[in-house]
Design a protein around this ligand. Sequence first.
Ligand code: GCV
Length: 823
Amino acid sequence: MKFAVALLVLASIAAGETGREAWLRYRSLPGRFPGVVVKLGDAPEIGAAQREISRAIFAFSGKLPGGIDSLASDSLVLGTTEEVKRLMPGIVLPELRTDGFLLQQIDREGQPLMLITSPTSRGVLYGAFAWIRRVMESGPVPSVMEVSNPAMPIRWVNQWDNLDGTIERGYAGRSIFFENNSVVADLTRAGEYARLLASVGIKGCTVNNVNANPRVLASDFLPQIARIADAFRPWGVRLSLSADFASPKTIGGLDTFDPLDARVIAWWKAKADEIYKLIPDFAGFVLKADSEGRVGPSTYGRTHAQAANLLANALQPHGGILIYRGFVYDHHADWRNLKNDRARAAYDNFQPLDGQFSQNSVIQVKHGPIDFQAREPVSPLIGALKNTNQTLELQITQEYTGQQRHLCYLAPMWKQVLDFDLCVSDGRTPVKELVAGKTFRRPLGGLVGVANVGQDTNWLGHDLAMANLYAFGRLAWDPDLSARKIAEEWASLTFGKDQRVVSTISGLLMDSWPTYEGYTGPLGLGTLTDILRGHYGPGIESAERNGWGQWIRADHDGIGMDRTVATGTGYIGQYPVAVARRYESINECPDELLLFMHHLPYTHLLHSGKTIIQHVYDSHYAAAEEARRFPLRWRALDGLIDPERFAAVMKRLEYQGGHAIVWRDAICGWFLRESGIPDTQGRAGHFPGRTEAEAMDLTGYAIKDVTPWEDASGGKAVACEATPRCNASFVFHGAAGRYDIAVQYFDVNSGDARFTLSVGQQVLQTWIADDHLPTKAPNGDSSTRQTVHGVKLRPNDVIRVEGSPDGGDSAAIDYVEVKESHD
Ligand code: GCV
């Protein structure tokens, strides 16, 4: 064991910084560490805890702890409370809940011992990780004493991995579990992922997409799934599967999947029995039914409760649970009917069934009533399930929040959700207590995060996005932690304890969600992304005039969904009275949700004293400027952190700064045209220093309309489609001086075009458009900025962009912007 542990540590340090270690980045530390790590009992989690602590101590001190079977004065003892009491009869231990742990320095016959114990072996492992975290933060403090209990029993992640190796809404490479409709041969990454999850107290992982391929339950496939469960097991992570409700028919050979049919009931029971033979600690099923084209109980006129109970009953004898997705809505709704409202759907579907679900069924409710937008109110269903278990679904993968290309630390948003008082009964009833099952004394409850880590070495593509996975686990364990405290803790573990590092990184993290919201969707309108395609760049009207129900109801005079009880869809009436009263009143409704709840004229005055339209302009300009400054703030870390992650994050932040301008211009341009009301500060629609590509001297390039129009400056771009090389040039007429020259071009994913920027005969920069943005078209998904700083220009200099297309990439250009250098 010793040799293997030492090798692991040395290998991870030698590999250079890749982000693979995430927050489990053990490096040399001063201090005296336990020389012996003793494990009591043979549980796999306790074995893992022993190896983990040995690995950490070796990395901290260069010495491997030894003597694993005997107690010495500098021992660290790992064992369940039962084992500890057997070894030390008479020891008094505090009350601990399931998976809760105690870290305590004790005195045994004059010998000081570090004790890590829990009623469960999984809890001992959590205690081991907590001890390591403490040591990394404060050194090996002997007087440490910590009692920690999880706030909620369900702490799971969902992966939306498909069996072919793709990941729905995954932004960090292909699946670590599946490839070519099989489980991958090498499950090293699956084991490493489970280790990361365990280190923050997550104990369940659903490995396949909720849009489930029925094959996952086929008898010849399940042994492969069992291999993943084996990789998880030492880390106390229980595997679960998303199921397809029609499985009894599609893979079971029956002619029905009616939940009340005796043959269907028998099929699910036999399937559960079969799974538990292979995976004795199988956690259960997740079911998405009657949603977004998935079949469900409605096929047979049955209820969601009947569907849930069918699977739950099959799992019950084995201790498994059924998690039923509350994300059920009609995606063919008639947009012409002003009373229709997708936000109502979860409550309308599930509240009437409250109390009809079995004890081991749980409804998984997305935190907002739509779908993980940059801002949403808390789902009213959360307050309405009084006799039904529920979990809160949060999205770690940044589907609508920048897809891990933009920095967007979501813990501050999650905290607002968790702390929100739904006023369900007398006294405070915050979401965190409702979903934990505390308020209504439910046996089950918790948090589920859609994680979607992939094969990218750093797990989520953006090194800083890992703060979201970490924060999710920490909040599921203790929702009272503050977002800032978690950010600081994560930054210190991941990048090192230097105060400048911790404050720069945590400051960026804390500013990132308000900034992202500021340059995307304002006042509760939703993200305003293109909902029909990638969910990434701006695409405002994609929300309108279709059945998806993310309507914003914008016209020349006003904008927003009227969800009031008085004149609107009645959605607000789904909240308990105290909350409903606040939202129903235009005056009391908080500005950040105003257009989610009300339809108002652009000239309506907000609490800030600004009109809606001016707020849109101001927030977009301010937030885009804030995002432009992110890379400048990051620059402060040059030399304080490793060069690899410094450069990788810098690249992402520079990209984000450019893309925030695309967002700013699209939203401001669209609102300006729709409302006809100018920006009082004269910014929207005016771009000093900008020369549109369509206004340049063009050789080979042809002018094209961009769709949607707001995604390109002036609604147009130039594309090089007929010749192997094209040029777009213009004459600089400004004063002599130092300038930053920004080329806004489109980096589509169907080829790798090349660009060259020159002034006169001098080539300033050449680059290849080889990013993998989610589109083949020039639009707001692909619009990208390349900036060359501090260029000396004189009047009449000719600025030229040369583009060479490649494959389907036509080296399209939107504009060039020349601004005086300041930074
Ligand atoms: C897995 C949204 C996403 C879908 C996702 C769905 C869900 O609609 O865009 O990709 O499907 O939510 O949560 O089931």
